[in-house]
Ligand binder design. Structure first.
Ligand code: 5GP
Length: 315
């Protein structure tokens, strides 16, 4: 509960903030905003991310202060884990035996920490961080507003995903009033792709398959290398599958160096893809989830399609 989080924050002074590995906009934006809120309360706070800040989020205020590390050192009095449904997904060493505070909005969120505030009704963790700021009467500076607006924009799929509601727009309005520039935030995220990402999109779409309401496609390690693409260049590619008329669910598979596949699932709402991802040990939201599967590619595709087809109450 928020009340418990506030109580613990008030009692302590030195905080570490982190989120999941391969951070998305909500992970980076919420952690950066929360860090600034804590500092405005006179606390010490650092953000540490296992994979650092992806290129498109590097223009966010204070993103240059994020520590890119595999291990947490330092005598922090608590670690605040945002937008992350387990300690393992941070992929950070050195969190064990620390006092942990978990702030998350995932449907698959688990109370793994000492204090847990999990609200799957929040469209983004940014919404929860905003509530926290209000509760401690922190001023929402233009920098905090920019981080939270970018988090909200990206986690709602530009206000397009199911779950986007009146509250979402009220929050967006508050953030714009506090100094977030919507056009600039959108430009930095959506009009700042690397050339490699565009080439990778071409390669991925050349593998596009469609059967009724399902679309699936993939990229192999070889294609990634040929395009000179990085892992973060895969973010958002799955949405191109979902953008097809009458497709209800899209799956995008990315081969990782160990030969396994990272799977991104997206739904327009008729199928709960969090349940599908969870059945493979992953998680996420009803409309956006992910998991990992063993290769080879044909086996990974067959397993995911079998689950999606069984779940096809929308067929
Ligand atoms: P993406 O497809 O963008 O990687 O992830 C979509 C959503 O599913 C995000 O909210 C992300 O946090 C969640 N997600 C992706 N992969 C995993 C996973 O392996 N485990 C869990 N628990 N959640 C995941």
């Amino acid at each position: 509960m928020l009340k418990d989080v506030l109580e613990q924050i008030e009692r302590r002074n030195r905080f570490l903030l982190t989120s999941h590995a391969r951070p998305d906009g909500d992970a980076v934006g919420s952690a950066l905003a929360c860090c600034q809120i804590l500092r405005s309360m006179g606390k010490d706070a650092d953000v540490v991310l296992r994979d650092g800040v992806p290129r498109i989020y590097q223009p966010l205020p204070f993103a240059d202060q994020v520590v890119h590390a595999q291990r947490v050192n330092g005598n922090y009095e608590a670690a605040i884990i945002l937008e992350c449904d387990s300690m393992q997904r941070t992929r950070l060493d050195g969190l064990e035996n620390r006092f942990l505070i978990n702030i998350d909005h995932h449907l698959s969120g688990r109370p793994f920490a000492d204090v847990n505030w999990i609200d799957p009704d929040a469209v983004a963790t940014a919404e929860m961080v905003f509530r926290l700021a209000r509760a401690v009467k922190a001023e929402i500076s233009p920098e905090i507003a920019t981080c939270l607006y970018t988090a909200l924009l990206t986690d709602t799929g530009s206000f397009m995903f199911a779950g986007t509601n009146e509250r979402t727009f009220t929050l967006a309005r508050e953030l714009v009033r506090a100094g977030a520039d919507p056009a600039q935030c959108a430009r930095r995220v959506y009009f700042a792709h690397s050339t490699a990402k565009m080439r990778l999109l071409g390669a991925a779409l050349s593998n596009l398959h469609r059967e009724g309401p399902l679309a699936w496609f993939w990229v192999t390690q070889e294609q990634m290398e040929l395009c000179d693409a990085k892992e973060e260049d895969c973010e958002g590619l799955v949405n191109y599958g979902l953008s097809i008329q009458d497709v209800e669910v899209a799956a995008f598979l990315r081969e990782i160096p160990d030969g396994r596949f990272r799977v991104s699932l997206r739904s327009k709402g008729a199928l709960n893809v969090a349940a599908v991802a969870e059945s493979f040990g992953g998680g996420g939201h009803e409309c956006a989830s992910g998991c990992s599967l063993d290769g080879p590619l044909s086996a990974a595709v067959a397993r995911i399609l079998a689950k999606l087809q069984i779940g096809q109450s929308f067929h």
